[in-house]
Every structure is written in structure tokens, then in C-alpha cells.
Design a protein. Structure first.
Length: 300
């Protein structure tokens, strides 16, 4: 049937019909370009969410007249939203003979880089390929200062991460607190001796709640979930290279919500911006981890 006859039957003008076709074609072309931009960024950050994508791609999205709501709609329609993965595995052995230190940062306001470092060890790998990633993160800038991947929970990996963090200090003359859980690695004589050698004060959690060291746990989650480190099953030599790349992207490319959407590297170079802090719930006083509400929704 000719389009002119179809338009008459539907009671619309040919001009309106062709305008609708042109608008649909333009929308599809715009969505295709947006999807291409998303794929380019997700080559570096496979599970980065809508809010951070919008911030990183904002100049190009403005040229395409795409706001955050439209970006969300395009990603939802193309099944590109990510669903947070929550997992927790215990790597802490606090039943040991070594001294356990007081929590010095419970009510402290973090106002500058290298005021407080938080440390933790997280499990990476499969049942037949156990690996443990020791991390030291600056509590203000969220920059990962030092890290080490090893095949055991021995103290050596944590010490190597500490050595790297100390060598990366940008403000070595300022007082610094090292905060961790009460794991044997951090309480051990060799680790504490290294902290004293660097002039760093020790602080430790006083509970067994994983959220008592919330910043460290959050960084663990970002590396494992957004960078899909748990999906890899390679020998440790290859995993060390993968983790080095992921941490470099995290520090230099990924905007951080608590840093006013600056990258950790940018945040670490200044001390004027006030960081966003975690609110505490009324139950047990544990911090609430505020995350983007992104779910996978079906497109009908």
C-alpha cells in the first residue's frame, strides 16, 4: 500500500509521518554513538556505572544532547547496566599472641592526603589457584599507595605493599596513621618494626565487623567487581600484571564519588576539597556503603 494512502487511513499527514521516521532514525544513530562511547570506556573499566560514565563522557554527551536520564535509558534498553555483586570472605586471623593496638581514627575527620592509610588483604582467584592481594589506600584521596599479590597470607606480602606505599609518599614530612584490622600480618613484629622505621603510627579496628574498615573494604570491592578481577584464572605472574593495570586505571582514570568525582590521583595532589563520608546506621553503628543503584532491567 502506498504511504500516502496509509497516512490517509491513519488520519495523519505525510509530513508528520516522515518527520516521525526522521526522528526515529536520528535517535537510533545517537544511541549507536553513545553505545560506542560506552564500549570504549569499558575497555578500561568493564563494570563502571551510569553516574561515573556520565561524568567521564559528559563533554561528548552534551554534543549529542544526551543527559544522564537518557544515558540510563539507552544503557537499560541495551542491557548495559551492571548489578552490584556482594561477596565477603574472611582473610583475617586475629587470634594470635601479638599486641593489638587501639583505634585512633574512630572519630577523626580526614582532611588531607597521607593523614590516614587503611590496609586490608582480599582473596582473589579460584579454589585451585589461591591468591591474596594486600592493599594500602589513602583514606582521603582513595589512592592505592601500595599493593602486593602473593600466593599465601604470610606477612611478607603485606610488608612489600607497605614498602611500596612508603616509597610513593608525596608528603613524607607529615604525620601519618596506618589503620588496619587486627590480623596477624599487621600485628606481627616485622610489620610493626617497619611502621616504626617509617615513623608511622599504628591504629586498628576494635570489632570484627568488616565495615569497621569501610574504606579498605570498598576499594577491595571496586577492584574485584568493577575490574572483574575474580573472573580471571591465570598464573600469579600474569595476575600481577593484570592487577597492576587495574590499579593504574583506578588511580588515574576512575572518578571517585567520595572525592567529588575526581580521580584518586587528582585528589591526592590537593587538600582543599572536603571528602564525602559514610553515614552510620542506628543499628550497631556500622557505616553504610553508599553505592549506585544500578540493576539489570529487561527491555520489552
Amino acid at each position: 500500500m502506498p504511504k500516502s494512502t496509509l497516512c490517509e487511513l491513519l488520519g495523519i499527514s505525510r509530513q508528520k509521518y516522515y518527520r516521525a521516521c526522521w526522528t526515529e532514525a536520528k535517535s537510533k544513530a545517537r544511541a549507536t554513538e553513545v553505545i560506542s562511547l560506552i564500549h570504549q570506556e569499558r575497555q578500561y573499566q568493564p563494570r563502571v556505572g551510569v553516574r561515573k560514565l556520565y561524568f567521564m563522557l559528559k563533554p561528548r554527551l552534551r554534543e549529542l544532547h544526551v543527559g544522564r536520564d537518557m544515558l540510563f535509558s539507552i544503557m537499560r534498553a541495551n542491557h548495559m547496566l551492571v548489578k552490584p555483586i556482594r561477596s565477603y570472605q574472611t582473610t583475617t586471623n586475629s587470634h594470635h599472641r601479638f599486641r593489638k593496638h587501639r583505634n585512633l581514627i574512630a572519630d577523626m575527620e580526614i582532611t588531607r592526603p597521607e593523614q590516614v592509610w587503611v590496609s586490608d588483604i582480599t582473596y582473589i582467584g579460584h579454589r585451585n589457584n589461591h591468591m591474596y592481594l594486600a592493599l594500602i589506600t589513602d583514606a582521603y584521596s582513595k589512592k592505592i599507595m601500595g599493593y602486593d599479590l602473593s600466593s599465601s597470607l604470610g606477612t611478607e606480602g603485606s610488608v612489600r605493599a607497605l614498602k611500596m606505599a612508603n616509597s610513593n609518599r608525596a608528603y613524607p614530612g607529615l604525620p601519618l596513621i596506618h589503620h588496619s584490622d587486627r590480623g596477624i600480618q599487621y600485628c606481627s613484629d616485622i610489620y610493626q618494626k617497619r611502621l616504626r622505621r617509617y615513623g608511622i603510627t599504628t591504629s586498628m579496628t576494635e570489632s570484627y565487623d568488616p565495615y569497621a574498615n569501610a574504606v579498605a573494604e570498598r576499594v577491595n570491592g571496586i577492584l574485584k567487581q568493577e575490574f572483574t578481577l575474580e573472573d580471571y584464572n591465570y598464573p600469579i605472574e600474569i595476575m600481577r600484571k593484570i592487577i597492576a593495570d587495574a590499579i593504574s586505571i583506578y588511580n588515574q582514570r576512575r572518578p571517585h564519588c567520595s572525592c567529588q568525582l575526581l580521580t584518586p590521583e587528582m585528589m591526592h595532589r590537593q587538600n582543599k576539597i572536603k571528602i564525602k563520608v559514610y553515614k552510620k546506621s542506628h543499628q550497631r553503628g556500622t557505616p553504610l556503603m553508599r553505592q549506585e543503584n544500578v540493576l539489570i532491567l529487561s527491555n520489552k
